[in-house]
Design a protein around this ligand. Structure first.
Ligand SMILES: Cc1cc2nc3c(=O)[nH]c(=O)nc-3n(C[C@H](O)[C@H](O)[C@H](O)COP(=O)(O)OP(=O)(O)OC[C@H]3O[C@@H](n4cnc5c(N)ncnc54)[C@H](O)[C@@H]3O)c2cc1C
Length: 388
């Protein structure tokens, strides 16, 4: 780990928005020294893939399984970028089956969800690989210093320079700072990082910059949807009842069904080893709390299997699970921003040399990958000229 190293630009976060930002920014500013700092072990953030040591060969997209662009017709920036990802063969149109389960547990194929409207895209590899490929495009990966498993806990702005400190005491200096997550701007940081002041507020006191005050005010009203995802590593013989062979298949539950079975959607993911992985999402708060309070995880896992089997009892496509199928559980404390979105006009403060991107900005893509990508593209356009 390099200590006290000075960069032209440091990016906090390794999700898809920072990858899009970094690849575009470097392409236009090839000589700049850039660092990317991420608490996780790799790239992808909330659109990443679980590669388990225990279940060799399995790759389950446990956050966003794919993404949709609700409307790119009027947005040339977004349209051109999606075209670029298609031409590079990083993504393809996702023509997987989307089944909406109605009250009678029958499937309808009409698209109704905010995760399915518009055009749906699938990573040609895993979702983590998509972020990886984006940042590798144009052979730029070697130009970035990556610091994984590094949690930033403190920010300071002094003499026109950012001093960024990680939990393990490493310090990074940078002329410019990009935050692709709003953790260091939001009150949830107090509990998560066990600190007594929001890091950005500490770095830039109130009334020093109207934009910073505004962004913090907006975020004070932004909340987050928690989610649990259950990753089901099915037995060797588990398959569909029909001959479906596409990579993914989605089942969405209507509101009443969601209430009854506690599941929001179920995504079947065909593995390279031809086994069928299943990822079940829930945002039912009582169910999430019952997991948190559960003294016995095994009993909770059995409940998931029971609910799954009841849901698909008479289904023509989906077979029941056996109680031998292995389940692992992933808890997302802040899976999606909700409520108030931050205006894009607050994305960059010239005075404090700080920019922001991610799915927490306003627009049709709020809370989704669409918003992450678009905010990164807009931010890059805004600051590229200023930083030259
Ligand atoms: C279960 C689930 C299902 C979803 N389904 C869909 C879907 O179907 N379609 C869709 O479009 N979207 C979906 N989403 C939302 C989508 O995943 C996000 O909108 C998108 O991935 C956000 O990308 P990002 O780069 O903006 O943020 P993130 O992916 O959150 O990236 C920010 C990164 O910053 C890192 N970080 C934060 N603070 C620090 C710090 N202090 N120090 C170091 N690192 C830090 C985080 O670890 C993270 O990797 C889903 C999300 C979840 C969790």
């Amino acid at each position: 780990m390099k200590s006290d190293f000075t960069y032209d630009l440091v990016i906090i976060g390794g999700g898809i928005s920072s990858c899009v930002f970094a690849s575009k920014y470097l392409k236009n500013n090839i000589t700049k020294k850039i660092a990317l700092i991420e608490i996780g072990r790799g790239l992808g953030g909330r659109s990443s893939t679980r590669i388990s040591k225990r279940f060799k060969g399995w790759k389950l997209n446990h956050g966003a399984p794919n993404f949709n662009i609700s409307n790119s017709k009027n947005n040339l920036l977004l349209k051109n970028y999606i075209d670029e990802l298609m031409q590079n063969k990083f993504i393809k149109i996702d023509d997987s089956d989307i089944c909406f389960l109605n009250e009678d547990l029958n499937s309808e194929t009409q698209k109704k969800s905010k995760f399915t409207c518009g055009v749906n895209y699938l990573s040609l590899d895993s979702m983590s690989q998509l972020s990886q490929k984006i940042i590798e495009s144009n052979n730029l990966k070697g130009k970035i210093d990556f610091y994984f498993e590094t949690l930033i806990v403190d920010l300071m702005f002094k003499n026109k320079e950012w001093l960024i400190t990680s939990k393990n005491g490493h310090k990074f200096k940078s002329k410019y700072l990009i935050c692709s997550s709003n953790l260091l701007l939001h009150k949830r940081s107090l509990k998560i990082l066990n600190i007594n002041q929001i890091p950005l507020r500490k770095a830039i006191p109130i009334n020093y910059d109207k934009k910073i005050d505004s962004i913090l005010n907006f975020l004070d009203k932004q909340s987050f949807i928690p989610r649990l995802t259950f990753l089901i590593y099915t037995n060797r013989n588990y398959s569909y009842k029909d001959f479906y062979s596409k990579k993914q298949r989605y089942f969405y539950l209507g509101k009443n069904l969601e209430k009854k079975y506690k599941f929001e959607r179920i995504i079947f993911q065909l593995q390279e080893n031809n086994k069928l992985g299943i990822v079940v999402h829930t945002k039912n708060i009582d169910f999430i709390n019952s997991f948190i309070n559960s003294k016995n995880e095994e009993v909770f896992k059995q409940k998931i299997t029971t609910n799954f089997n009841k849901l698909f009892e008479n289904n023509f496509i989906v077979n029941k699970l056996t109680f031998d199928d292995e389940i692992s559980i992933m808890k997302w404390r802040a899976s999606q921003p909700s409520g108030i979105a931050v205006p894009l006009s607050l994305q960059f403060s010239k005075k404090y040399r700080i920019g922001f991107c991610g799915d927490w900005f306003e627009g049709e893509g709020f809370g989704r990958i669409e918003g992450s990508i678009l905010s990164a593209l807009i931010l890059e356009k805004k600051i590229s000229d200023l930083i030259k």
